[in-house]
Design a protein around this ligand. Sequence first.
Ligand code: DHB
Ligand code: FE
Length: 281
Amino acid sequence: MAGITAGVATSHVPAIGAALDNGKAGDPYWAPLFAGYEVSKRWIAEAKPDVVILVYNDHASAFSLELIPTFAIGCAEQFAPADEGWGPRPVPAVQGHPQLAWHLAEKLILDEFDMTIVNAMDVDHGLTVPLSLMFGQPAEWPCKVIPLAVNVVQYPPPTGHRCWKLGQAIRRAVESFPEDLKVVVFGTGGMSHQLQGPRAGLINAEFDNAFMDRLIGDPEGQAAAPHIDYVREAGSEGIELVMWLIMRGALDERVRVVHRFYHVPASNTAVGHLILENAGS
Ligand code: DHB
Ligand code: FE
């Protein structure tokens, strides 16, 4: 049977991708950030997932304001890097896992999560930057990836509680897939950041670290937090953090913290990163 062994949370700042793609990862500004992912690259090379379910948000790259799915699952064979205005990132196309993706779509919809089924989609920095941070710059990504896009761009995004419940449903769905597959769930976005308006540049390290503490030790409590808490404390784009709750909902009640990293600044954003392994319920 398939099973989820671990979860990874990470910010997905586009400038991180640009730093890698343009050979600037060793610059003094970026080196401390990438140093925080060295452990992670070693961990995932050992963990060798067959499939990553990658929870992220599209930033008006694949979906415009004409069509805004709350939760969308990528069922295609392949997903190309999106052109976000300066050409697609020079990273490999993402290979999907249509059999598992369709199984997830079926189980989740019958479990009353109304997923949008996506058969063709380009994937933006929200998905490709976490892959680069975890896998470096390989010629091909070393595992299959199922994109799971969440609307956090246009109000109203789903609640943290709905995201937490979706994570639990994803776990049930994965565990009913008959093939032996090792699955890791990524939750991306955050941490505190605001890209526009009078509070642009807002960073709240205290909130970010408390969020990570609660995600680890009291995720259900964190899931009860309303949107306004994220927006007030973590800025308008801090709402991306609800996606971390999908990852956490897919794990055991108790988790082992393999790695925890927090770094400011990266572009306008505080970068947070966790690797959590299941430790029992
Ligand atoms: C930035 C961060 C994001 O999460 C994003 O989607 C776009 C930009 C930034 O800090 O520049
Ligand atoms: Fe983002």
